[in-house]
Unconditional design. Structure first.
Length: 325
């Protein structure tokens, strides 16, 4: 089969090489999956660079989120077991962690449903306890993680403010349903959010960026507001001033979604059921901005690493036997 492999850490466009390799052999409790679509995530770039919290042995195949097909024909969503990632024609996954792909979504959309939307659901509902009528601010609102949070916030009845970088991304955020869009390249984020909220600030702030975005969050969070720290796509990990959180009376909440897979896997399945129901009634639909063939996976991961994409890019292998499995 064909699979992208990283033999030496570096930037995705340089580190990833398309190779002809043997199909992976499932271990105990694992299943072989034909990859129908693989969503590109920022962690894929971190894996290539050797900067992710998990460092698989070299060589490895990146790709942490797929829609695949089992050998008995079931269409499923899975997180591949590294070093056999999803940017390949076949991969392996833990059988117990397979989730049924919603019928309402095509393969690329289903591949993009899992990590970003699970992270958004846990962040907004489990950690921040977002309520209808509250104001939600989402940083990087046009990106893969941010776009999921925007849709989930609207589905929960929140007023959503999206912060983006550039006019093109602002248009995407509006199409996603943001009530207010702030272009950080053209506007003062703090002033714009305060104006939009009548000076009150945002009740919940969803931050996958860190760096300057977090500094802005601390200045626009409302009384009894909650800042959900999801990641650090900016590359800068902020150091919060805890005295500021005390004086202004807000909460800083960390979210490591992956922990739920081991700490409370039943809750992950419950979340998937909730997401499936939302997808079936059209309340959420993953924004897949591009569908590219397997041969363009490295370039796609590099674009995500460079922060120039919107929504998710999906890699769609063309299986050489003419079918997905």
């Amino acid at each position: 089969m064909q699979a992208w492999q990283v033999h030496q850490n570096g930037e995705p466009a340089e580190a990833m090489r398309l190779c002809e390799v043997d199909r992976p052999t499932p271990g105990d409790g694992q299943v072989l999956l034909a990859v129908r679509a693989a969503a590109v995530n920022f962690p894929d770039a971190l894996l290539c660079r050797g900067q992710y919290q998990v460092r698989p042995p070299l060589p490895f195949t990146p790709g942490v989120e797929i829609c695949g097909e089992t050998e008995d024909g079931r269409r499923v969503i899975a997180n591949p077991v590294l070093p056999h990632g999803g940017f390949a024609e076949y991969t392996v996954a833990d059988a117990a962690a397979l989730l049924p792909a919603p019928d309402a979504l095509d393969d690329a959309e289903a591949a993009a449903l899992h990590i970003g939307y699970q992270t958004g659901w846990f962040g907004l509902h489990r950690r921040a306890r977002l309520e209808a009528g509250e104001t939600l601010l989402v940083h990087a609102a046009a990106g893969g993680v941010g776009s999921a949070a925007v849709q989930l916030g609207k589905a929960a009845g929140a007023t959503v403010i999206g912060v983006v970088g550039g006019a093109d991304k602002a248009a995407v955020a509006r199409d996603l349903g943001c009530d207010v869009v702030v272009d950080r390249r053209a506007e003062d984020v703090i002033a714009a959010v305060k104006e939009a909220t009548g000076g009150r600030g945002a009740d919940v702030i969803y931050d996958p960026v860190g760096g300057d975005a977090y500094a802005q969050s601390a200045k626009v969070v409302a009384f009894e507001g909650r800042i959900v720290v999801v990641g650090f796509a900016s590359g800068t990990v902020p150091s919060p001033a805890l005295n500021h959180a005390l004086v202004k009376n807000y909460a800083i909440l960390g979210l490591h979604w992956g922990l739920y897979n081991t700490k409370d896997p039943k809750l992950v399945r419950h979340c998937h059921d909730q997401l499936t129901e939302l997808a079936e009634r059209g309340a959420i639909k993953p924004l897949v901005s591009e569908r590219v063939p397997l041969g363009e996976a490295a370039a796609a991961v590099q674009r995500v690493a460079d922060g120039v994409t919107t929504g998710r890019i999906a890699v769609v292998p063309a299986h050489r036997n003419g079918a997905a499995a």
